[in-house]
Design a protein around this ligand. Sequence first.
Ligand code: PMP
Length: 366
Amino acid sequence: MTRAFNFAAGPATLPLEVLQQAQAEMLEWQGTGCSVMEVSHRGKQFEACNAEAEQDLRDLLAIPSNYKVLFLQGGASMQWAQFLFNLCGSNPNGDYILTGEWTNRAVAEARKLLPLWGGSVNIVASSEDRNYSYIPDEGSWKRRKDANFLHICSNETIQGLEYNFIPEQLGDVTLVADMSSHIVSRPVDVSRYGLIYAGAQKNIGPAGITIVIVRDDLIGKARPDTPRMFDYKLMADNHSLLNTPPTFGIYLAGLVFKWLKRQGGVEAIERKNIAKAELLYGYLDSQDFYYAPVEKGSRSRMNVPFRLKDESLNAKFLAETEAAGLVALKGHKAVGGMRASIYNAMPMEGVQALVAFMRDFAARNG
Ligand code: PMP
């Protein structure tokens, strides 16, 4: 068996131990005589699996008891509309920070819905002026005290930006965060947020499950025209089992949460993530064959965009990395260049192998 070091942004590399366990249980799960994909989501085995995955995520992130944890479908993309239906029952005014591709998409959805409901979208700050290479300084933000919510993407996967602070509480404004690409990579003070959402396919499991963590008092007030499947309250009352849930995704996420606990939890994984990011950025800053376009202070530990100074070598670099078992380093088509996504499941050895390759490639082509 040859497993590559997979630097894909998502779907992304998963812990080998988890895949092996899933493989071992694939044909016969927990004495049911069936695989986990073949049993009823209403049966006691699956209900226990669902409840245990939720509890393990609660333990990992120290989620306070007044928050609901939902396992939904539709990806983070669906949340851009879904959370609006749930939060905007009485005040359809949303503030947004623009930091790249994913926040632009969230804003596009809000611009369709909020005006229909008599409200508006306000761009509080944007880093478009410098090609989304930084998180705008909080002191420069122009927030509305009477906004319903402030939306941020705390890790922009494509541009490779990560917040290293939590925005201040302003009046009753609910803080909403898209944490798709760095959830469970570091501890987070959940109590500072009203709503956190994240697609699973980076740090948590396979594509097809979306995590929502929402404070109790924000649910049960959805707009009257909210589709049933969009209603957080209905989902919460039914433990995410309002309809058939993505059972395999929840099962696998549960295995990843157990793996994370065995690693020592999010504090321990954060230390590893810091070490991996320091190694890669340290190398990028130490030479002039490659460079990292994101400003120091806003750099993501999870998604590391980098470029070759001589872009005519891009195709050669990608072909040689693939041949060396370092796969999926091509940057998103919106920005070009390269990107190494180094999520929780990427071992330090993968980053060491990448840096060693890059050093050698630079020596041969510089
Ligand atoms: N937000 C962020 C930060 C993302 O990285 C992505 C996907 N890469 C999305 C939203 C969209 O997620 P999905 O494809 O699961 O809808």
